[in-house]
Design a binder for this molecule. Structure first.
Ligand code: ZN
Length: 498
C-alpha cells in the first residue's frame, strides 16, 4: 500500500515540487524513516508527536516515509503527516488530487509559519495545483496569488477536518482575537472527546489535580494534557515572565507571541536523565520548566525508580530541591501532572490480537508506587470515541466554568488550588453536610482510607462542586470520589482481560 502527497519546497530562491511517499506494512506500531531518500528524523519525530497530540489514533502497523529529494526540510512536515494519515486510511484522498501542502509541525500538532510562502504559492499555481494548504499565519501572503484556493490550517486537527469533507477554514487575523494554538480546537476533534475525558480535564485544570491515564495502544495520550492546558487561564504578566525566565535559562526557544501567556506543556520521556528532570544549579530541569503548566510523564511504570523518586517532592509540595557542591536551591515545580501507562504490553490495537496475560499487565501496573497513587486524584482510560458526541459543552463555556471554580476556591481558601498544595482538613469539612462528613469518618475509622486519602477525596469533591457552581460538595460527591479511587486501585491490581 502506498500514498503520495506533494509539497512545494524552496531550494535557495527556487521553488520545486517534492513528492512524499508513505508505505504501510505490518510490524511494530510506529513510524519509520528509511528507503532511498528518507525524510529527516526530526520530521519523523514531529509528525509522530503531532499525530499523537491530535485526536487521531495511531494505527496498528508501521509507516515508512520517503521523499523525492535528498534534502527534505522541515517544510515537508505537513505533507509527511498527511501521507502517513492517507496510507493508514485515517483521511480520504479525495481532496488531495490537486492539492499541495506546506507547513512545519510543532510537537503539539500546531502548524508553524514558513518563510517566503508567496514564491511557493506561485509555483503551486504554475504547477497546476488548485488548492494549497498553508500555515494559518501565512494565509494572507499566499492569498495574493490568483488562481489558487488557500486552505489555512492552525493545527493538524483542522487539516484532518478539511480532508474529511469539512468546510475550508476561514483566514484569521494574525493576532488580536485571543485564540492561540493551544486554546483553539477543531470542532470535529472536539466532538470526538469522551465526556469523561472532558470532565476530568476541567477538574484537573480547576483544582490542580494530577491524572493517571491507562491507555490502550494507539490512544492519543498527549490529548489529555493538551486539553487541560486549553482549559487553564492565561498566565498573569508576572507569571509569564517567571515561566519565560526559566525557559530562557534552559536555552529553550521562546514561545510565539500568541503563546507567551499560555501555561507551558512539557513532556517527560523514558530516556530523560535525572539531571534533565530535576535540573542543576545552572540549568532548570523539566519539573521547573513545567511549573504553572502541565507535565506529561509517559509510560510511568517503565520509568526507573530513581526518576520516579525525583518526582516525589514536586508531587508532595510543588517544589524541587537542587543540592550541589556550590550550594542548594529550591525551585518551583508546581505542574499538573498527567501520567500515562499502557493497557497492553504487546502493542495490539485490536483487542482480539492482544497476547498479554492479566498477570503480566498487573505486574507492569504494580510498578507504580503506592505513595504516587496516593497523590493522583483522577483516573482515565478512554479519551476519544468513534462517534462524535453532540452533547459536549463548548471549550469556551468550560473555560469559563474553570475560571469561576478557581475564583470560588480563591474566595473560600484565600488562594486558588495549585498542584502540591495540601488541603486543611478541618477547614474543608467545615462547610459539608453532616452525612457527607460521617461517610468520610466511617471510611477512615474502618481503615478503608487513610486521613491523607480522605483529604484528597475532599479536595476533589470541592473541585467538582465549584465547577458545577454548587455551594458545597454533598454525600454523592463523597461517594463518587471514594468509588473513583477504589475503582482505580482495583483495576491497577487486578486488570480485567482486554
Ligand atoms: Zn497486549
Amino acid at each position: 500500500m502506498e500514498a503520495r502527497t506533494r509539497v512545494i519546497t524552496l531550494d535557495g530562491s527556487q521553488a520545486r515540487i517534492v513528492d512524499i511517499r508513505a508505505n504501510f506494512g505490518v510490524g511494530d506500531t510506529g513510524l519509520r524513516v528509511h528507503g532511498l531518500n528518507p525524510v529527516s528524523r526530526e520530521t519523523r519525530d514531529r509528525v509522530r508527536a503531532a499525530i499523537r497530540n491530535s485526536s487521531l489514533s495511531w494505527p496498528e502497523g508501521v509507516v515508512h516515509l520517503t521523499a523525492s529529494t535528498t534534502h527534505p526540510r522541515s517544510d515537508v512536515d505537513l505533507a509527511a503527516a498527511t501521507a502517513a494519515l492517507l496510507v493508514t486510511k485515517a483521511v480520504p484522498a479525495r481532496r488531495l488530487t490537486a492539492t499541495a501542502l506546506i507547513g512545519e509541525l510543532g510537537l503539539d500538532g500546531t502548524v508553524r509559519p514558513l518563510p517566503d510562502v508567496r514564491t511557493r504559492a506561485i509555483a503551486a499555481a504554475e504547477g497546476g495545483f488548485t488548492h494549497l494548504v498553508v500555515p494559518a499565519a501565512n494565509a494572507a501572503e499566499a492569498g495574493l496569488v490568483p488562481g489558487l484556493t488557500i486552505v489555512p490550517v492552525a493545527c493538524l486537527d483542522e487539516l484532518v477536518s478539511w480532508l474529511r469533507g469539512g468546510p475550508t477554514p476561514a483566514p484569521r487575523p494574525e493576532s488580536g482575537d485571543g485564540a492561540s494554538p493551544t486554546t483553539s480546537w477543531a470542532p470535529e476533534a472536539w466532538a470526538r472527546l469522551t465526556p469523561t475525558a472532558v470532565r476530568a480535564a476541567a477538574v484537573a485544570a480547576a483544582g490542580g489535580h494530577h491524572t493517571l491515564h491507562v491507555a490502550a495502544p494507539g490512544t492519543p495520550v498527549l490529548l489529555l494534557p493538551r486539553l487541560i492546558r486549553a482549559l487553564m487561564a492565561d498566565l498573569t504578566d508576572t507569571e509569564a515572565l517567571e515561566v519565560s525566565t526559566w525557559h530562557f535559562l534552559a536555552d529553550e526557544p521562546a514561545p510565539d507571541r500568541s503563546e507567551h501567556h499560555r501555561p507551558p506543556g512539557v513532556p517527560l520521556l523514558p530516556d530523560d536523565t535525572i539531571a534533565a528532570v530535576a535540573g542543576s544549579l545552572s540549568r532548570p530541569g523539566l519539573l521547573t520548566l513545567a511549573h504553572r503548566g502541565v507535565l506529561t510523564v509517559e509510560d510511568l511504570p517503565g520509568l526507573s525508580t530513581r526518576i520516579v523518586e525525583v518526582l516525589r517532592p514536586a508531587l508532595e509540595n510543588g517544589v524541587i530541591g537542587i543540592t550541589a557542591a556550590a550550594g542548594a536551591e529550591a525551585r518551583p515545580a508546581g505542574a499538573r501532572m498527567v501520567f500515562t501507562a499502557r493497557d497492553c504490553l504487546c502493542g495490539s490495537v485490536r483487542t482480539k490480537n492482544c497476547r498479554c496475560t492479566p498477570a503480566q499487565r498487573a505486574r507492569y501496573l504494580a510498578r507504580i508506587p503506592q505513595w504516587l497513587l496516593d497523590r493522583v486524584d483522577l483516573f482515565l482510560r478512554e479519551v476519544t470515541v468513534a462517534e462524535p458526541d453532540p452533547s459536549l459543552p463548548s471549550l469556551e463555556s468550560l473555560r469559563d466554568s474553570v475560571a469561576r471554580a478557581r475564583e470560588r476556591a480563591r474566595y473560600r481558601w484565600g488562594a486558588a488550588p495549585e498542584p502540591g498544595a495540601e488541603i486543611d482538613y478541618t477547614k474543608a469539612v467545615a462547610g459539608l453536610p453532616a452525612n457527607a462528613v460521617g461517610e468520610l469518618d466511617d471510611a477512615i475509622r474502618q481503615g478503608r482510607i487513610t486521613p491523607r486519602t480522605a483529604a484528597r477525596c475532599l479536595r476533589l469533591a470541592w473541585t467538582r462542586a465549584d465547577l458545577d457552581g454548587r455551594a458545597h460538595p454533598d454525600i454523592a460527591d463523597i461517594w463518587l470520589t471514594l468509588s473513583h479511587r477504589s475503582g482505580m486501585l482495583g483495576l491497577l491490581r487486578n486488570p480485567a482481560p482486554r
